[in-house]
Write a protein that binds this ligand. Structure first.
Ligand code: G1P
Length: 295
């Protein structure tokens, strides 16, 4: 049983400046819901309610978002807006959320190392706080199902085009089934000619507690940071690991273009927005009418 999840959310969000100068990238909204709320929802939908967020400088609004706000509630009650009131109460009660601060930004591996006391001797899920995966079955649940069967570290992956390989942790290995691969090697952000494949680590993991001693031994790697991929590589010498191709669509919210696309895609799925938004998109992208101009 996987009962705990860790969400690293301490990063500076430099790819999204200036929007992230004074607000966490995890709080950027896709329409009206902060990215991290989608991530927490994925945990909850996967049966996990004990969540540790690795927080850091400038991230306090994440805590406020999941906390109760009596003043706001009182105001909403006065306005008799039942729908919003229900939503607010839902957010406050979604999960049991704990926080720990990563004081120095020493990389994803170091962030996960901060979870060692919280996770103790249990396997746990990791969900990157800036990645939403839209799927029928929550991706964390997909990984948990495989973990229950194999009792090994499970790493979510997806195929990326060769020109994007250098941005990801890349795994290689032997096919077990059309979705599963027994990992033989992995490398963080390789050059394309050194990559074992084009299967990229997709921001979701089921880790065993053995990752903590491995992290302890891991030296700084790419970007002069302690990389989770490097610790996993060390552990791979002792333990088997599986890569699982995700069934779902990954949205990297730290990337501006992805953020825009995600916003449009999610809005088109909301019944109050789909029709007027589609109409608007057709209007601004359709064949230009004589005498009209954009912008
Ligand atoms: C991290 C991981 C990388 C993974 C990626 C997925 O990199 O280190 O292995 O492929 O997340 O988004 P980051 O994007 O934080 O540089």
């Amino acid at each position: 049983m996987i009962k705990k999840a860790v969400i690293p959310a301490a990063g500076m969000g430099t790819r999204f400046l200036p929007a992230t100068k004074a607000q966490p990238k995890e709080m950027l909204p896709i329409i009206d819901t902060p990215v991290i709320q989608y991530v927490i929802q994925e945990c909850v939908d996967s049966g996990i309610e004990d969540i540790l967020i690795i927080s850091g400088k400038g991230k306090r609004s994440i805590e406020d978002h999941f906390d109760r706000n009596f003043e706001l509630e009182a105001m909403i009650i006065k306005k008799e807006d039942e729908e919003i009131y229900t939503q607010l109460r839902h957010i406050e009660n979604m999960a049991n959320i704990h926080y720990i601060r990563q004081k120095e930004l020493n990389g994803l591996g170091d962030a996960i190392y901060h979870a060692r006391y919280h996770c103790g001797n249990e396997p746990f899920a990791v969900l990157l706080g800036d990645t939403i995966i839209d799927s029928v079955i929550p991706v964390t649940q997909q990984l948990i199902d495989t973990f229950e069967q194999y009792k090994q570290t499970i790493i979510a992956v997806e195929t990326v085009p060769p020109e994007k390989v250098f941005r990801y942790g890349i795994v290689g290995g032997e096919t077990i089934s059309n979705k599963l691969l027994q990992i033989g090697e992995m490398v963080e952000k390789p050059e394309i000619n050194k990559a074992p494949s084009n299967l990229a680590i997709a921001g979701r993991y089921i880790l065993t507690p053995e990752i903590f001693p491995a992290l302890e031994k891991t030296q700084k790697g790419k970007g002069n940071e302690i990389q989770l991929t490097d610790a996993l590589r060390l552990l791979l010498k002792k333990e088997n690991m599986i890569a699982q191709t995700i069934e779902g669509k990954r949205h990297d919210i730290g990337n501006k273009l992805d953020f825009l696309k995600t916003t449009i895609e999610f809005a088109l799925k909301r019944k109050e927005f789909s029709e007027p938004l589609m109409h608007f998109l057709k209007e601004i992208t359709g064949p230009s009418k004589p005498g009209s101009s954009i912008g």
